[in-house]
Design a protein around this ligand. Structure first.
Ligand SMILES: [Zn+2]
Ligand SMILES: [Zn+2]
Length: 183
């Protein structure tokens, strides 16, 4: 997920949940963005490059295939354990029960992981309703289907637009991804 998406969704959620408590709204927004510090640290450790500007540049490039003549390697998803929801969320939940001031931070982390794991995409009822449970590629029903982005977010596809979401079976998804690769 884009850093800017995390930033804006955290700010909006913070203001919505705590309209009269700016320090809590700020904590939520900070937590919602700073979860991604693990990408930066892992990037720096693997590449030996600690300049955050370079890290941001790499972050913008990494979803695209290397340009001709580009020698810099790709480092994969660069996710630490913080990004595993089933590890982080119980811990964060427990902490916010034991220590209530931690709650806005926990909400920020939860929001971040929901966006990163595409939960908002997979559970989008608008798509399920439009497709009525059938694959929108081949119109076959009764097969395993899931919601996917038509144009991946990392490549500039819109995040919330219904038109960029589609319910597909496994084989139609493969066809779509292949077409996008050669496009
Ligand atoms: Zn993240
Ligand atoms: Zn299909």
């Amino acid at each position: 997920m884009h850093l800017s998406t995390h930033f804006w969704s955290s700010v909006v959620t913070g203001i919505a949940l705590y309209p009269r408590e700016p320090h809590k709204a700020t904590l939520l927004a900070l937590a919602g963005v700073l979860v991604d510090v693990d990408h930066y640290v892992l990037y720096a450790l693997r590449s030996g490059e600690w300049n955050p500007v370079e890290a941001l540049r790499y972050n913008q490039r990494r979803a695209f295939p290397p340009r001709s003549g580009e020698t810099r390697p790709r480092y994969g998803p660069l996710r630490s354990r913080i990004h595993h929801p089933w590890l982080t969320l119980p811990l964060v939940w427990l902490l916010s029960i034991l220590w209530p001031p931690f709650r806005p931070i926990a909400q920020g982390i939860l929001l971040h992981l929901v966006l990163d794991t595409d939960l908002h995409l997979r559970l989008d009822w608008r798509v399920w309703q439009r497709a009525q449970g059938r694959c929108e590629g081949c119109r076959v029903g009764g097969v395993a289907v899931a919601v996917h982005y038509v144009e991946p977010i990392q490549r500039g596809g819109p995040l919330w637009t219904l038109n960029n979401r589609t319910l597909l079976c496994e084989s139609c998804l493969r066809v779509l991804r292949k077409r996008k690769k050669t496009a």
